[in-house]
Design a protein around this ligand. Structure first.
Ligand code: PMP
Length: 292
């Protein structure tokens, strides 16, 4: 397996970063999780836009243009002969001293890992997920905004530990005001009275690329009302349908939350239609990977 690291393709065994890298010492950096389907990178421009916005928010100069990064991603996919892949793009503040000061880090570290995609088991899609809400609150936006896809995922990891301890694959995080924010690695949606509702990013949700695609499909293809709105666990428990979205999970139904059965406990009609539309979109669109 070849890894892109600071301008070069290297073997996996040689893809190493310094123990003085601030990405490791302080979680100082940002990343993206991107996916390629059948030789096309899905919504690559949107992922790169989000990546550069995350970097800008933490005042990290990537020192590469979007075009250069796009070429690096495609080159890495081609080097590994991958047509279907999960792509991890990471930029860290780079090597510095043991202090916090990012200004002492001269050059960012950039790497790209392209790997086979590990999917959730098929039964989750067929039967729907069981979720819990965790006592862990989502980071408040005035401390660390959820829109920044930073390397500091401890907030999410602590919630993931709660999910695993409860024997379920994902946990729902509420924000400090008690409104639903998102899951540890996925956005959340409910269906109520012919409307598709998801928390706004100001509630503590990442502006997911899959979330955006699903909102477009719901509006344009399914003619649903789509609203970004605050809601509570009551609205989750009494929703007609509920599903999660994410680059790895795609669109995945939810059957049970905190012991309450959602709708009739099976993947809902609207959810199933959105899964079909999303599959079609990933099959037909995206930036092509040209073999060199
Ligand atoms: N929320 C969080 C916290 C995430 O880590 C992710 C996955 N990157 C998502 C939502 C879903 O975002 P996307 O659809 O862009 O993968």
């Amino acid at each position: 397996m070849k890894i892109y690291l600071d301008g070069k393709l290297v073997e996996k065994e040689d893809a190493k970063v310094s123990v003085f890298d601030h990405g490791l010492l302080y979680g100082d950096g940002v990343f993206e999780g991107i996916r390629a389907y059948n030789g096309r990178v899905f919504r690559l421009r949107e992922h790169l836009d989000r990546f550069y916005n995350s970097a800008k928010a933490i005042m990290l100069d990537v020192q590469m243009s979007k075009k250069e990064l796009e070429s690096a991603i495609i080159m890495t996919l081609n080097a590994n002969k991958l047509k279907d892949s999960y792509i991890r793009l990471v930029v860290t503040r780079g090597v510095g001293d043991l202090g916090l000061d990012p200004m002492k880090c001269a050059k960012p570290t950039i790497f790209i890992i392209t790997d086979k995609i590990k999917l959730y088991p098929e039964e989750y899609y067929a039967n729907g997920l069981e979720l819990i809400t965790t006592p862990m609150r989502r980071n408040v936006p005035d401390a660390l905004n959820a829109c920044i896809k930073s390397l500091n995922y401890l907030n999410n990891i602590l919630a993931k530990i709660d999910a695993t301890r409860a024997g379920v694959p994902e946990a729902i995080l509420l924000n400090s005001a008690g409104y639903v924010a998102e899951c540890t690695g996925d956005n959340i949606f409910i269906i109520k009275d012919n409307a598709l509702i998801t928390p706004p990013s100001s509630a503590g949700a990442l502006e997911g690329i899959t979330r955006g695609a699903v909102m477009e499909l719901a509006k344009n293809k399914l003619k649903l009302l789509v609203r970004e709105e605050l809601f509570t666990t009551y609205h989750l428990y009494t929703a007609e349908e509920c599903f999660l979205t994410g680059t790895a999970a795609e669109v995945i139904p939810v059957a049970k939350i905190d012991g309450r059965i959602i709708g009739d406990g099976k993947p809902g009609k609207v959810t199933l239609k959105l899964i079909k539309e999303f599959k079609e979109l990933t099959r037909l669109t995206g930036v092509p990977i040209y073999e060199k």
